[in-house]
Design a protein around this ligand. Sequence first.
Ligand code: HEC
Length: 133
Amino acid sequence: MIRNHQDRHSVRTSATNGTRRAGLACLVALSCLTSLGATSALAQSAEKGRETFMAKGCWGCHGTVGQGGIHGLKLAPDPKPLAYYEAFVRNTLGIMPPYSERVLSKAEMAEIHAYLRSIPKAADYRTIPLLNP
Ligand code: HEC
């Protein structure tokens, strides 16, 4: 009788565990899929953004990877927020010419921002053998 009860109990427990495990697997798979989708969408707009960054001449002052130059400030890695870009790039009146929505659409600005976000940080010099003789 006791044994029977234990058996039933263990069957029920393993069924619950199985369901939980399947649920967890689904969750993990779902989050992987979602993040993969997000990553490739970001990669796509980053690639378009790189083209726009070149076509609109941003690179000429800010460098091809936003590293900064004689005229333009460093933009990447870790660019300021997109809202800052929308405010600054549209309205600047300094050395940098303002870009209205007629010459640079909101979508293009977002792509440029995605491109700048995609630029990786430089490696720590301590991890580069040539710099550590
Ligand atoms: C003629 C050179 C020139 C071009 C072309 C140019 N910029 Fe700039 N940019 C500058 C300079 C110089 C500054 C520093 C602020 C100033 O003097 O206007 C600046 C500042 C900025 C800033 C503010 C950075 C900060 O940290 O505050 C952003 C963002 C920016 N530029 C984005 C762009 C984008 C995007 C493009 C292309 C659509 C672009 N710039 C094209 C010269 C340029």
